[in-house]
Design a binder for this molecule. Sequence first.
Ligand code: ZN
Length: 378
Amino acid sequence: MTPNNTPNRALQQDARAWSKFTGTKYTTALRQMSSPLAQGLLGKRVSARHLIRTLSEHDLVGARGGDPVLGENGFRSESPWQLDGKSDFIELALITEFLRMFTPTSAAEVGSYSLKHTAEWFLSPRCSYVSNGRLIWAAAAMGLSITDPDGEGPNLLIGISEREHDYVRRMVGHGQSRPRADHYLPAGYEHLRDALTRAGAGELVTSDWVPPVPTDEPAPFHDWLVRQVGRNDAVGDLAGDYSAGVHDSDHHLARTAGDLLTIFHETSHSAEAYDAAVTSIAEWMRTAPSVDPIRTKPVGESKDDHQGWGAGAGTTERYEYLCPCGAGAIIEEHDNIPGFREHDVRIFCDKCREEWRFVEGRGVRDWALEPTAMNTAA
Ligand SMILES: [Zn+2]
């Protein structure tokens, strides 16, 4: 980017503006502008002139000809900026990179004060102190949506995904329970961590990060289940617990009904909650007749040669799956022996044999389950 150490014109202009704004020497400002950490890790290089302009022109936090309305402690705070002239610009650039990893939202969702702590934890030790005011400043310069919920400050709401923020906060926060599922992992998280390490070691990270195209993988069962939240019955309770678990990244999305059973296998739960899951799957399959029936999790398989029964050698195959409740098994067996061919699949669990049956019209290898309660009126 800057071959033979000649700073480019934009960098020089930025250094000049920052040195004037902070009252530091041009060479000191230029050293900050030239830092590998300030060359843009998840986007373009942050412009010092744009940052300075934001403080005067931004719709909400800009002075717009009057007295400053943004200070170190936040909005409508009297506290002046404590810019140290050594790392202040690099730190603002890093706060910008931190904000860039999240999906922007049109409605402002996350409190700046909470966000500033997360930024501190995430950026430590390269930026060990992030003020409320600087967090708001960087967000304003980026053009994120910002609102003032109570008209008083000093904290504002910032337009990034609340769920993604919660995820990162739990990844980097102290004494927090770590997320167990990654559906709210911000797209730029891993890239930024890697880029911070490399740039922090002096490497010029030149490749611009390309945000992935969001995939809209269908999640029909999930969509149906969250619509049941608020119902005054066992399915409504289950839907409420499920939604809270997704919200907090405690478990994965149940894109299909089978995924819900997997979640139950992986998390502790009451017997009542499991029964509600079976009831909800039965209702879902009744209301959406074309949905795929359920396959459960494979847990083992074996294939053996068999010497046969006089008419030549053959093989046997045995596949084991969890039963829906997880306490027993589904065993699928194939005897491929001349003169003796048998294909069979059975449920080895008393509870599941009552609650589930094999879907008619499918082959043994293609077995699938549906709840017996499907035909019972709700
Ligand atoms: Zn079972």
